[in-house]
Design a protein around this ligand. Structure first.
Ligand SMILES: [Zn+2]
Length: 114
């Protein structure tokens, strides 16, 4: 059984633990991974920034209790936050940078800021 380059698929001769046929293939492979990672990070950063903008808009407008659907209408992404913590009564507070928010039973989202 032969060994094949992870980048170009060429058969690798020599050492069995080699993953690439040459330096160029190794570099191309790692550059691609790096670009992919940067794209993923940037996608998530954009979503977080958009969420923060929405929270900031309501908070600075003095609207600190917002029905959940209003946030959804503004394309707030509830799956995207910087951290979360659950209090003793089971309510989870989510954080988006310096803003915090939590939902009550009536789907009213309370927005706070550090
Ligand atoms: Zn190769």
């Amino acid at each position: 059984m032969g060994c094949y380059c992870q980048e170009c698929g060429a058969e690798i001769k020599g050492r069995i633990d080699k993953k690439f046929c040459c330096d160029m293939c190794r570099n191309n492979y790692h550059n691609k991974l790096y670009r992919q990672e940067k794209r993923q990070i940037s996608r998530i950063n954009k979503r977080l920034a958009a969420n923060r903008r929405i929270l900031k808009y309501f908070y600075t407008s003095g609207i600190r209790k917002v029905p959940r659907y209003l946030l959804e209408d503004n394309k707030f992404d509830f799956d995207c936050y910087t951290s979360s913590s659950t209090g003793p009564l089971g309510r989870t507070t989510y954080r988006c940078y310096e803003y915090k928010y939590s939902s009550d039973l009536h789907k009213i989202v309370k927005i706070e800021k550090d």
